[in-house]
Design a binder for this molecule. Structure first.
Ligand code: SAM
Length: 285
């Protein structure tokens, strides 16, 4: 069934119906100027399902609730990279760990828990774990756990493989590549690299939809990374999300936003440390 059989695209009503459904399920707004992207992704899925009209696919989405996961997967933008915004990872190695050492001193606890709320294909949570482990060096006794969540099941599948090609590895300094990755063959002539077990075991992958009314997690994270995902939500959803996340950060812990999204953190008992990094100093409500 060639792609051209689907005609010139979605009607205005069909576009509205699909984008409303996507918004209700995920909070993601698909703007009018991304209609072509939506069409091409819907068509790809429809070809796989052998459905030949957009209306047939829309009906199918309502008959098969699990199909909504594919729909959201198809519109989520998973662009990411290792050590994206390097200053955030420098912060983890330095000031963040110093603050934790102080907060934990005399408590008997040496646990560090971090949540990457839109972890995409894993580069962000693995960069977090590597940075903290590098910062701890040979200091013994610390227990690090990183919750890596995303709405996209295909992105989470990549996170589970923990295997990246040469292009993805570009952001990883050579010394860290040698220390934290092992060669994992090649695919299509491209060398693959797998994150070592000592880092992988710190990561827990989960599908969590930030738009859901409740999340299956307990509060008290030492840091939450919520980077490059707020842009997909509308203004009121962005504000609500920042406040909700703030409730999951431990007092004295940090919320990390992408620098361009930094402005949204100026509330909720948060104090700006440096662009994108906020310290929780009070409560939100
Ligand atoms: C551009 S990537 C950002 C990845 C990473 N945080 C970074 O900064 O490199 C955005 C991610 O947000 C995820 N996402 C979008 N809407 C979401 C939602 N409602 N709940 C959870 N994740 C969502 C997408 O699946 C995608 O993996």
């Amino acid at each position: 069934m060639p792609e051209s059989m689907f005609g010139s695209g979605l009607s205005a009503l069909q576009f509205k119906n699909f984008t409303e459904l996507i918004w209700q399920e995920s909070g993601i707004r698909v703007p009018e100027d991304e209609k072509d992207m939506l069409v091409s992704r819907l068509v790809k899925r429809m070809l796989a399902l052998k459905l030949d009209t957009f209306d047939a696919y829309y009906t199918h989405l309502h008959r098969e609730p699990s199909e909504k996961i594919y729909l959201i997967d198809s519109v989520s933008t998973n662009m990411t990279g290792f050590f994206r915004e390097p200053k955030h990872f420098g912060f983890l190695k330095g000031d963040f760990l110093n603050a934790i050492r102080q907060r934990r001193s005399g408590t008997g606890s040496r646990k560090i828990s971090i949540w990457s709320v839109a972890s995409s294909t894993g580069e962000e949570p693995y960069s977090i774990a590597i940075s903290v482990l590098e910062g701890l060096g040979s200091e013994a006794g610390w227990e690090l756990s990183v919750l890596a969540s995303d709405i996209s099941t295909s992105a989470l599948g990549r996170l589970e493989t923990a295997t990246y090609d040469e292009i993805a590895m570009k952001g990883v300094p050579e010394a860290l590549k040698k220390k934290y990755f092992v060669p994992a063959g090649s695919v299509g002539g491209r060398a693959q690299h797998r994150v070592v077990e000592s880092v992988r075991k710190r990561i827990l992958g989960r599908r969590i939809n930030l738009h859901d009314k409740s999340w299956p997690v307990s509060p008290g994270f030492d840091a939450i990374f919520c980077r490059n995902v707020l842009i997909y939500f509308d203004n009121s959803a962005q504000k609500e999300l920042v406040c909700r996340l703030c409730g999951y950060v431990a007092m004295g812990g940090y919320l990390v936003l992408a620098s361009p999204e930094s402005i949204m953190g100026k509330k909720c008992g948060l104090e700006l440390v440096t662009p994108g990094i906020f310290k929780k100093v009070g409560t939100c409500f």
